[in-house]
Ligand binder design. Sequence first.
Ligand code: DQA
Length: 141
Amino acid sequence: MDILIINGPNLNLLGKREPGIYGDSSFESYLNKLIEEYPGLRFEYYQSNHEGSIIDKLHQRGFDNCGIVLNAGAYTHTSIAIRDAIAAISAPVIEVHISNVYAREGFRHHSHLSAVCKGVIAGMGFDGYRLAVEHLIQTKK
Ligand code: DQA
């Protein structure tokens, strides 16, 4: 099974960005551990700071036999276009947030994406990505 992990804007700065909220390790070092943990899966990692590029990636892989783990960053709270892209594709998408968005500013409490995603994981730190992968594996069987 293929797993596509998409990280949206500012998530290239994980490890440096607001470490009190997002931790002090890079996503790449976490991803290497995840890949080691699931040798039977083929992982693709894509990060972009651009809304249209995230949409293009969803279109590109969204009709393949793959599961998608998406942290759209702040686009979660603003992007109807990403929501429409998720609704358009057939691959299951799990929405992930590293932080507990519900314990933060009010503008982070609404997601345009949740209603068209298979599920949502928030506040579990980087482990949220692994939990999403685990769910995709279990529901694929
Ligand atoms: C985030 C939460 C968003 O509100 C924020 O804009 C991000 C990261 C998270 O992973 O906790 O960039 O998606």
